[in-house]
Design a protein around this ligand. Structure first.
Ligand code: GLU
Length: 306
């Protein structure tokens, strides 16, 4: 079906702008609270190589938990199925930084997209990569074809200073033997991945390989096997939106991942990826405007995986 994505994006943008002001910017990491609340952008990148943008689609922002998908992809590529002995793939039904399930589940996090799971995945990267932060940066730069992407060290330091819960999670899992490396090294990787600065355009490009069965659409390099790509999409579908993953499946119907910086990326298999950024969050920690924009996108286009 041919769609006029540019017109659709502009309609969505104007229809949702009145919602700005209704959410709250994340302030539990002080450096994140500095962001301009009124920023709002959307970008689409298609497998045919077309780009569509509206609003602040080229401004880099803190991608926060969206980075968990990059880490997961890097690690699944090397460890394959072995990863699943260290982390589950079931929705947690709890907040992203919750400690409650870890004790009864013996230090095995429910899935790789909650903080505990991403800390285990960071630990795996630390084991096989001699320079994990450089490796991650090269990976996202290659995915988005943007060599300018950087970590924001102010945000990473702010995360470190106020990340007591993440420190608790990693120490707790270490006590169960599910963290193999030094806890400070693992936390350093985790805090930096959250502090990656990317725009909607960068993110939409970077997720396109997940719409393309794991193949980089420009270089044609197989980054993941089709089966691994399917599994990363499946985990996004069931666990990508904290305790609102069911709601996102219900109202939007696409695999995706959000971050507390207000970004959301979603994938339309074999077609495109779309990223929305609006920093104000709803009560569940997802971008309030972003959720609505993506709901309107699948409603207006009739696109969904279901
Ligand atoms: N850096 C954030 C934290 O660990 C990530 C939160 C998120 O985007 O889910 O608290």
């Amino acid at each position: 079906m041919t769609q006029n994505y540019q017109d659709i994006l502009e309609d969505i943008y104007h229809e949702t702008r009145p919602l700005l002001g209704q959410g709250r910017v994340a302030d539990y990491i002080p450096a994140l609270a500095q962001v301009d609340h009124s920023k709002y952008g959307i970008a689409i990148e298609t497998l045919e190589g077309k780009s569509y943008q509206v609003g602040d689609a080229n401004i880099p922002f803190s991608i926060q938990s969206i980075s968990k998908v990059f880490l997961l992809s890097m690690v699944i590529r090397v460890l394959g199925k072995k990863l699943w002995s260290r982390v589950g793939r079931e929705a947690s039904g709890t907040a992203f930084n919750s400690l409650v399930q870890l004790e009864t589940e013996h230090g095995i996090p429910r899935n790789p997209l909650i903080n505990a799971g991403a800390l285990v995945v960071s630990d795996c990267l630390c084991t096989f990569s001699p320079q994990p932060l450089r490796h991650l940066l090269e990976f996202v730069r290659e995915l988005s074809s943007n060599p300018q992407i950087q970590y924001d060290s102010l945000i990473a330091n702010s995360e470190r200073k106020f990340g007591h819960r993440n420190a608790a999670l990693v120490h707790f899992m270490k006590s169960f033997g599910n963290i193999k490396n030094d806890v400070d090294e693992v936390l350093n990787i985790y805090f930096h991945q959250c502090a990656l600065m990317m725009s909607c355009v960068d993110l939409a490009r970077a997720f396109l390989f997940l719409a393309n069965e794991g193949i980089h659409p420009h270089t044609q390099e197989a980054l993941l096997t089709p089966s691994q790509s399917k599994r990363v999409n499946a985990v996004m579908q069931s666990c990508g939106f904290y305790d609102e993953s069911g709601e996102f499946a219900f109202t939007v119907g696409l695999p995706g991942k959000s971050g507390v910086g207000g970004g959301i990326v979603a994938v339309v298999p074999k077609r495109l990826s779309i990223c929305v950024w609006s920093p104000e969050l709803n009560a569940k920690g997802n971008s309030l405007v972003g959720m609505k924009a993506l709901e309107l996108f699948t409603t207006k286009t009739g696109i969904s995986i279901f």
